[in-house]
Design a protein around this ligand. Structure first.
Ligand code: GCW
Length: 679
């Protein structure tokens, strides 16, 4: 079956491929640039060469070190300008673009930069060859821009080939072995490079028996994937089990302070680098949801992480140690336990104890990728630790790629969130620390992501990791231009406008018809799709809304609740502490309030619940109608797939509306002010 080209259709290379191109420099990734330009030219009639002699080019892509031995004057001019600007080196991945006369020049210090510069040109399209302009520089905000695949090698009896995967099987693994279609992996690498991703963890953080062996006797499988990703500047990382010395080598312990354990990790890691010299490092989920960890030996997370960091250090590797640690066997009767507090309680006291090449990887919210959460206070609590912020591109809690839910506005809000006086934002912490990580939403589905519009989330993650200042709507513009090339359609404006209308606000639409005001969950336990208001209320996972006849929400205040608000620095500890200052959208995350509590919006909580649920469904209805107007303007297979998903979204949204409204009507006895049916 044909695989959808996502944001790299041949059309995206028209402007490049119709020109005479000169590529200067050597290196693996320069070769990749040449392959890309050759492919573009074969399609669009241009030409490419690597030697200066020949007809004068209109596009030059050159390593700075390869300038000066001939070539067009415009190239020298661009380089002189770059040097004159005196703005520091472009670095490993940066590039500069200039246009002089009728020559467009891309310069980079390193091959990876040249590749990113090439993909920059696909975004510019024909405008890259328009009016002359002085040199412009681009450097990534985050050094590491990473995707974690929750892919299993063996099919897991409950969770399948991909845990929380909504796009078919894994692109890496199938029934216990690497997939044979390696071209697919290569195509994935291209897409990732084109949006800026440069690291991939190839297996689930829940490491089961077969997956554990990827570290040792199954290492060749990992090496094979690394070979496909390498030409696009992507390094491979591996999720490992902390119990590996026991599981793989029959040692009696995995105690991080045990000499034999250390020796085993050192030797095993040496073997990994002998096979995969540019290996990125390990990802570890320890003492979390049943995964083994240092707690069994009376050690803490710093002991555990430092053990692995130490053996990785001499090879230039890092360990991503996840902060997603909480008690998942709690007693729902015990109101003193608060899952939101857990990551901070476990990790903040360890600040300063982690080695340099430990990256503590923390979910952006204190709970678990809910549709609306505050930013986790862990991000401000560990100034002496390199932190990476983790997002969930796979839509576990946001419609599972059956609902349209463009997540860039959510991520952008989180990245721009500031801590107060010093003005540092979440993205500053990630940029100075370990970068951004996200759980991938890709599978072996012909559209990559199940829902074709969910491709935009993957694209947006990469772009925001490269430049967190980009506005979500402008990222969507890029994605629309590349993916749909509206100018070749019968009605470019209708196409652009409609996609924006459908996607810009889709995250808030999803929020409106699901769990209200930041309270979270209310999903079906286990698979997490569809409504179940009390689904987790009496389980051990710690995610309660405490609704009764008088009110709803979780009291996380210092005054009368779990004290979670006290984990924030000022001003946020104060802002969240009082329902008067707490933002409406997070009210029920921080407070238990009466149904008649009046929001800043002027509405009562109960009326807000009713209104937003009716509004949310109405918005899905108009989305569905809007999409029908695009028939003939987008690829027929894409149109059909999205239509089918929208039908399901509407069905499910109505179910959410009716269950949530009925539930709160029955609890509160308050009728809808507008007399609509509440069931
Ligand atoms: O959101 C939860 C998911 C689990 C996942 C876990 C995690 C991979 O339901 O499937 O495990 O988070 O982030 O480790």
């Amino acid at each position: 079956t044909d695989v959808h080209p996502a944001w790299l259709p041949l059309e995206a290379f028209r402007a490049i491929g119709s020109r005479h191109c000169l590529v200067r420099g050597t290196g693996r990734l320069v070769d990749t640039v040449v392959v890309e330009v050759e492919r573009a030219c074969a399609e669009h009639g241009g030409s490419v060469r690597r030697e200066v002699e020949g007809p004068s080019p209109s596009l030059v892509l050159a390593l700075v070190t390869a300038v000066g031995d001939g070539g067009p004057a415009e190239l020298d001019a661009a380089l002189a300008e770059l040097h004159a600007a005196d703005d520091g080196p472009l670095g490993e991945e940066g590039y500069a673009v200039a246009r002089h006369g009728n020559v467009t020049v891309v310069l980079a210090d390193q091959p990876a930069g040249l590749l990113y510069g090439l993909f920059h040109l696909t975004r510019l399209g024909e405008s890259a060859f328009g009016a002359p302009h002085a040199v412009q520089r681009y450097r990534p905000a985050m050094r590491r821009r990473m995707l974690d695949h929750w892919d299993n090698v063996d099919v897991h009896p409950v969770l399948g080939q991909v845990e929380r995967g909504y796009a078919g099987g894994s692109i890496f693994w199938r029934d216990g072995r690497p997939r044979s279609d390696r071209d697919r992996v290569r195509a994935y690498a291209r897409l990732l490079a084109a949006c800026g991703v440069n690291a991939v963890a190839v297996n689930n953080v829940n490491v089961h028996a077969t997956e554990a062996r990827l570290l040792t006797d199954r290492l060749d499988d990992v090496a094979q994937i690394a070979d496909e990703l390498r030409p696009y500047g992507i390094r491979v990382h591996l999720s490992v089990t902390f119990a590996a010395p026991i599981v793989l080598a029959a040692l009696p312990t995995a105690d991080p302070l045990d000499d034999a354990v250390r020796a085993w990790w050192a030797e095993t890691t040496r073997a990994v680098y002998a096979r995969i010299p540019d290996f990125g490092g390990y990802v570890v989920k320890a003492d979390s949801e049943g995964q083994p960890g240092p707690f069994s030996y009376g050690r803490d997370h710093a002991d555990g992480a430092n053990l692995l960091a130490e053996v990785l250090a001499s090879h230039g590797g890092v360990v991503h140690w996840r902060a997603f640690v909480y008690n998942h066997r709690q007693d729902w009767r015990d109101r003193s336990i608060d899952r939101a507090r857990a990551a901070f309680d476990h990790f903040a006291p360890l600040d300063g104890r982690f080695r340099d090449n430990v990256i503590v990887q923390v979910k952006h919210g204190p709970m678990d990728f809910q549709t609306r959460e505050p930013v986790t206070p862990v991000i401000t609590a560990m100034p002496g630790t390199r932190l990476a912020v983790e997002f969930q591109v796979t839509q576990e809690y946001t419609g599972q790629q059956r609902h349209v839910c463009y997540l860039a506005p959510y991520w952008s809000e989180a990245l721009r969130f500031g801590w107060g006086d010093d003005g540092r934002t979440v993205s500053d912490v990630a940029a100075d620390g370990g970068g951004l990580v996200a759980v991938s939403n890709v599978g072996d589905d012909p559209f990559w992501t199940g829902h074709p519009l969910a491709q935009a989330n993957l694209y947006a993650f990469g772009r925001l990791a490269w430049d967190p200042r980009l506005r979500p709507a402008e990222v969507l513009d890029e994605w629309i231009e590349l993916t749909f090339h509206p100018d070749t359609s019968a009605d470019p404006e209708l196409l652009r406008r409609t996609l924006h209308e459908i996607m810009d606000d889709s995250w808030r639409t999803y929020e409106r018809y699901t769990a209200p005001l930041g309270v979270g969950f209310m999903v079906r336990p286990g698979h997490h799709y569809g409504p179940d208001v009390d689904g987790y209320e009496y389980t051990s996972w710690g995610t309660y809304h405490f609704a009764d006849r008088d009110g709803v929400g979780v009291d996380r205040t210092q005054a009368t609740g779990t004290g979670f608000t006290g984990q924030y620095p000022r001003p946020w500890s104060r802002v969240y502490e009082s329902p008067d200052t707490c933002p409406d959208e997070l009210l029920l995350f921080f407070h238990h309030v009466p149904y008649e509590h009046v929001l800043h919006s002027g509405r009562t909580v109960i009326q807000h619940i009713y209104d937003t649920h009716f509004d949310g469904v109405a918005e899905v209805e108009s989305t569905r109608l809007r999409w029908t107007s695009l028939v003939g303007l987008v690829d027929a297979a894409v149109h059909a797939r999205v239509t089918e998903r929208l039908d399901e979204q509407l069905r499910c949204a109505r179910e959410w509306r009716d269950q949530v409204n009925a539930y709160f009507h029955r609890k509160s006895g308050v009728p809808d002010a507008h007399g609509r049916p509440l069931h």
